[in-house]
Design a protein around this ligand. Structure first.
Ligand SMILES: Cc1ncc(COP(=O)(O)O)c(C=O)c1O
Length: 438
């Protein structure tokens, strides 16, 4: 089983310093619950639910069985003018947990595909409503919306745009919502709702009639968990409504219980027009993503096309893949049967207390968190942005996997974690972040 006789020359790893990786490989061979094991058999606690994917923990038998049965029953079906019952069942199930009114679901395979699909749906909607000039998008500094060309255009993390000068979409960025006064705030900052007025300013500068949609992550995840100030998302909703702009929440990380509710939209009491989701939709076991839209958006697009052609000229070979649908249905059943969203909500206080107990360590310059996701801002080293990778390798050596971006760690364990699991993870963090020689 543990055959290590292979060349590492051929696989070009994504979002990885391949030279460094080859010098010091960090691999996982096996996973169960909130633990990974390396090929050498060393145990590594999973402090980031894989990549915010495995909310129900690794190695769920129910998902494995559903996938195995589905491949035997119907391994693949195209979805262009064809379908299988299972995708309708999944969409119906999702509609049951989505925010009120967002009950039309388009499927894709990754968060990036969901984002680009959402952008195209917004454009198609405005065209259907007789406003084809609404082609501009608004997003936010520090935002992450995947890596396809639409999502790269929306990106507010400059490192993700820098090497790709010719990206095509017309995007204007609002400011991010973090400021110095927020350092070490647990939960939502009190001040900063007025930063949403950036959207109003952009409307004045470019003309609201040119803007299709505003995309935000309700909690900015990849940058290191930046929690929205109280009232900020409500204000974005008001301004978007005032100008006929669609509000899109990218819930690829925040969906499926991460914040304590099914979606951050419900947690913060703000309903977008369009929502993207992926990752924990299938507990990470099979690639799948989705875009949920308000009923009237789908109806507008569908009723605008009279000819016998697809109303939305968009879709993927793997849209609504039946095996992914089976994985998603089994995952949603686990969330429901095991009451995992409620469990995550109940665990959040212990989790955030653990995170905030790291406050005075030499490598910690800020802590942020909400629900079961947190950001640990590291004291920057000589090269800004390099500390995360250094700390990440040290944590791996000490037995903890955590996602790092620049000088931040994103610590977001699975919703099935026990208090003991969390304490063990925080102990490793304390040991590594307490070092002064990093
Ligand atoms: C908010 C958000 N949108 C989109 C994506 C892209 O998802 P994927 O990597 O599945 O394409 C991510 C990935 O982390 C994300 O956090």
């Amino acid at each position: 089983m543990n055959d290590m006789s292979f060349s590492m020359d051929h696989h070009w790893l994504p979002f990885t310093n391949n030279k460094l990786f080859h010098a010091e490989p960090q691999m996982f061979q096996k996973a169960k619950g909130v633990r990974y094991w390396t090929p050498e058999g060393r145990e590594i606690l999973d402090g980031s639910s894989g990549l915010f994917t495995c909310a129900a923990g690794h190695g769920r038998q129910e998902i494995a069985e559903a996938v195995y049965a589905q491949i035997q029953e119907l391994d693949y079906t195209p979805h262009f003018q064809r379908a299988a019952p299972i995708s309708f069942k999944l969409a119906e199930k999702l509609a049951g947990i989505l925010p009120e009114g967002l009950d039309r679901v388009f499927f894709a395979s990754s968060g990036s595909e969901a984002v680009d699909s959402a952008m195209k749906i917004c454009l198609a909607y405005h065209k259907a409503k007789g406003e084809p000039q609404r082609t501009k998008f608004v997003s936010r500094a520090w935002g992450y919306h995947g890596v396809n060309l639409g999502g790269t255009s929306l990106a507010g993390m400059v490192g993700n745009r820098r090497d790709f000068g010719g990206v095509t979409c017309d995007v204007v960025h609002m400011r991010h919502t973090w400021n110095e006064e927020q350092r070490f705030t647990k939960g939502q900052p009190e001040d900063g709702a007025d930063l949403a007025l950036d959207l109003e300013e952009i409307c004045k500068t470019y003309g609201p009639e040119t803007i299709a949609a505003v995309f935000v992550e309700p909690i900015a995840g990849s940058i290191g968990t930046v929690v929205p100030p109280k009232g900020y998302l409500n204000k974005l909703r008001e301004i978007a409504d005032k100008y006929g702009i669609l509000l899109v929440f990218d819930e690829v990380i925040t969906g499926f219980g991460r914040t304590g509710s099914a979606f951050a939209s419900q947690e913060f009491g703000v309903t977008p027009d369009v929502m993207t989701m992926a990752k924990a939709l299938t507990n990470g076991a099979i690639p799948m993503s989705a875009v949920a839209v308000k009923r009237e958006i789908q109806e507008a697009v569908i009723s605008s096309v009279q000819a016998d052609r697809p109303e939305l000229m968009h879709g993927y070979t793997y849209s609504a893949h039946p095996v992914a649908c089976a994985a998603a249905l089994a995952t949603l059943k686990i969330y429901e049967d095991d009451k995992l969203f409620e469990h995550g909500k109940a665990l959040s206080e212990v989790f955030l207390d653990g995170v905030f107990s790291l406050r005075n360590l030499p490598q910690v310059s800020d802590l942020r968190g909400y629900g079961m996701m947190s950001g640990i801002q590291l004291t920057p080293g000589d090269t800004p942005g390099a500390k995360g990778s250094i700390v990440q390798r040290r944590l791996f050596a000490e037995g903890l996997h955590v996602k790092a971006t620049g000088d931040a760690l994103i610590f977001a364990p699975a919703l099935v974690s026990t208090e003991d699991d969390l304490a063990a993870m925080v102990d490793v963090l304390r040991k590594v972040l307490g070092a002064s020689d990093l």
